[in-house]
Design a protein around this ligand. Structure first.
Ligand SMILES: [Zn+2]
Length: 329
């Protein structure tokens, strides 16, 4: 379907602590960007009102008016009914059945589309980032948890009720640590940021000498993945062991994804991916030796390119692609 590509798109990346609003063109150039705190404690109406207010401000900051905007995309955590425009349940936002479309649509008078935040980041990386031109790709957000956006034959994979792609909850070790979801040994319980902190803490409590403890000012509650990374860069043996173990589990998860999906590439983003030089080589080595033959030879494991703009740009891409397909929600 023909869309007016001289018009602009608004992308919103809504998180539990902050949100980002950007205005962009169809080439992916960001014309304005605003970041703000998400007033979760004030409830969903206050959050949606603040988003609408920031959309107006971002449009103005780009030197535009509402008439220049063709559509809005919004990425948010949680389980979403993308057809009805409703956030069914989001623990991060403490939301149940929140209409995310109507407040924006009524204000701007343009179509508004929603999708899970990691899935939109995958769309962003596919159109304007590390996954350009790829038809089979998996985007992994490696942070406090592990989320994914899976693209199969050029289309976002959602599953029958929108629950597809929850790779963070693949069981990697049946005797592994408890996960936030209630299960044991999930991928994210073994390979996300908190597992790095937990391993460091365990080593310190067992009496091992490590720079991590000094860097944390001898307070284990101050340990962060970034701090463990700093210690590892200084050659600290405990920190290197922590990353070695984390890489092992990360590798196991990536082996499964490579074997099941036979992707052209797996793009790794999220805060923990900043430890790429230490974390990723052993995991990639495992993928190249333990994934199914054929798939392991073609898969490329590469860093994301859009950084902390992936969600916002991806939300814009969601809107662009829906409009290009003729949707008008
Ligand atoms: Zn889990």
């Amino acid at each position: 379907m023909d869309v007016d590509r001289t018009k602009k798109i608004v992308g919103v990346d809504l998180g539990g602590t902050t949100f980002t609003v950007g205005v962009m063109d169809f080439e992916g150039n960001v014309l304005s960007r605003l970041d703000a705190d998400t007033p979760v404690e004030d409830g969903p109406i206050a959050v949606m009102n603040k988003i609408v207010e920031y959309i107006d401000m971002a449009i103005e900051k780009a030197g535009l008016t509402g008439k220049d905007i063709l559509g809005v995309g919004l990425g948010a955590p949680g389980i979403l009914d993308v057809e009805k425009g409703i956030n069914i349940f989001s623990p991060n936002l403490k939301w149940h059945n929140v209409d995310m479309v109507t407040p924006i649509k009524e204000h701007l008078g343009v179509p508004v589309f929603i999708e899970n935040d990691v899935r939109v980041a995958a769309l962003g990386e596919r159109r304007f980032g590390a996954g350009k031109g790829r038809k089979y790709m998996i985007f992994i957000a490696l942070g406090t948890g592990i989320g994914s956006g899976i693209i199969i034959n050029g289309e976002l994979f959602r599953g029958s009720i929108g629950g597809g792609g929850e790779v963070g909850h693949m069981v990697i070790d049946s005797n592994g640590p408890r996960c936030n979801c209630g299960n044991y040994g999930c991928f994210e319980a073994l390979a996300a940021g908190p597992s790095i902190v937990a391993r460091a803490e365990k080593a310190i409590k067992s009496g091992l000498e490590t720079k991590i403890f000094e860097l944390a000012e001898r307070d284990v509650t101050k340990i962060t993945p970034a701090l463990v990374y700093r210690a590892a860069k200084m050659g600290d043996k405990v920190a290197l062991d922590v990353f070695r173990e984390t890489s092992y589990y990360l590798g196991l998860g990536l082996v499964t994804l490579t074997t099941v999906f036979n992707p052209e590439c797996i793009i790794i983003g999220g805060g923990i991916s900043k430890a790429w030089d230490i974390l990723m080589p052993p995991a990639i080595q495992m993928v190249k030796t333990r994934s199914f033959p054929g798939s392991r030879d073609v898969v490329e494991i590469i860093p994301a390119e859009l950084g902390d703009s992936a969600g916002m740009i991806g939300a814009g891409v969601l809107a662009m692609e829906k409009l290009e397909k003729g949707f008008t929600l």
